[in-house]
Design a binder for this molecule. Structure first.
Ligand code: PEP
Ligand code: MN
Length: 351
């Protein structure tokens, strides 16, 4: 529930409403934005609005119809825009391209790929250093060495980094190297991890679990938001499939549905969403048409030699061909592609 105050409500009236909320057993949270509004948190029991209705300065009471609150559109009607250190944004008017290999494999591989995706128009480099794979026999990533190589790629290209933290213990180390911390699909409901990333001081890219409902995804985001991290990017990456034409079933309907339910940015990952190189570009184009705020694409200079997910990696030249198509599709719905970082620019690193 939200209590929306009248324009010009006095400080004393706002304070009185806040202390009444606390006396009812809820936390009272001032919501940033154009209007003065106070949200009630702290219990999943629906609050009783009656004691607040007639109070001085109260304009109206808004009931939040969903079990998630901080993530809901009702809580924050304006879109959350995640701004990276380079000035690139995710969730703003334009569409962001995020690209890179599934995993960091070597210095040469990550730096070469970073340069190529930057030159093709990507504004964020993706690559896993920790790879929690389905099989324990599959490549598990270079770990800490992979994070060092990501920082090197960042210094070389100016591209900010998104990479996965697979467990709460790895979050502080990942946060030293990453501009955005990824929570993988298999970990979407790991509450301890969600809370740890929510405290890390970095934006979070939260992937939808392979069998998660949108409500479960938004409640997972709520764990992060409750820790004080408001910069959460949601990622549709495909659901468990019953057929073999596609590794997962990319749920494009999730994009407009999430945009209705939440103010958080929504991106799509057609690489994991399809699992097949030939289907990545069509589904990336479709995701932009469906209103995605970004696409995350696996790109490898030599997909046949990739240590993981080679079958779904597109090449740098395929990415360079795709980005102008995404630009045309974005233009048809009144959007652009988030500005490319000028080639050769060096963004300062926070670490
Ligand atoms: C990834 O993005 O590299 C990844 C492992 O994805 P997911 O968690 O969606 O399987
Ligand atoms: Mn992958």
């Amino acid at each position: 529930m939200l209590v929306v105050m009248k324009q010009g409500a006095s400080h004393a009236q706002v304070e009185a409403v806040m202390s009444k909320i606390r006396s009812l057993g809820y936390e009272a949270v001032r919501i940033p934005g154009n209007r003065v509004a106070i949200g009630l948190l702290g219990s999943d029991r629906p609050p009783d609005a009656d004691p607040l209705v007639g109070m001085g300065g109260v304009l109206r009471i808004v009931r939040i119809s969903q079990p998630f609150r901080l993530a809901s559109r009702e809580w924050s009607p304006e879109n959350t825009v995640v701004e990276l250190e380079t000035g690139a944004t995710i969730g703003g008017p334009d569409v962001a391209v995020i690209a890179g290999p599934c995993a960091v494999e070597s210095e040469e591989q990550i730096v070469e790929t970073a340069r190529a995706v930057r030159d093709a128009g990507a504004v964020l480099l993706r690559a896993g250093a920790f790879k929690p794979r389905t099989s324990p026999y599959s490549f598990q990533g270079l770990g800490e060495r992979g994070l060092d190589l990501l920082s090197l790629a960042r210094r070389e290209t100016g591209l900010p980094i998104v990479t996965e933290a697979p467990s709460p213990e790895t979050v502080p180390l990942v946060a030293e190297h990453a501009d955005v911390i990824q929570v993988g699909a298999r970990n979407m409901q790991n509450a301890a991890l969600l809370q740890a990333v929510g405290r890390a001081g970095r934006p979070v890219l939260l992937k939808r679990g392979p069998a998660a409902t949108l409500q479960e995804l938004l409640l997972a985001a709520e764990y992060i938001l409750l820790e004080g991290e408001s910069r959460v990017i949601l990622c549709e990456r495909g659901l468990r499939n019953f057929d073999s034409h596609s590794r997962n079933l990319l749920d494009l309907t999730a994009i407009p549905s999430l945009k209705e339910l939440t103010h958080l940015p929504v991106i799509a990952d057609p690489s994991h969403g399809t699992g097949h190189r030939s289907k990545v570009a069509p589904m990336a184009r479709a995701a932009v048409a469906a209103g995605a705020d970004g696409v995350m694409l696996e790109v490898h200079p030599d997909p046949a030699a990739a240590a993981s997910d080679g079958g779904q990696a597109i090449t740098p030249s395929q990415l360079a061909e795709l980005v102008p198509q995404l630009r045309d599709i974005a233009a048809a719905i009144g959007r652009g592609i988030v500005r490319e970082i000028p080639v050769g620019s060096e963004a300062g690193h926070v670490a």
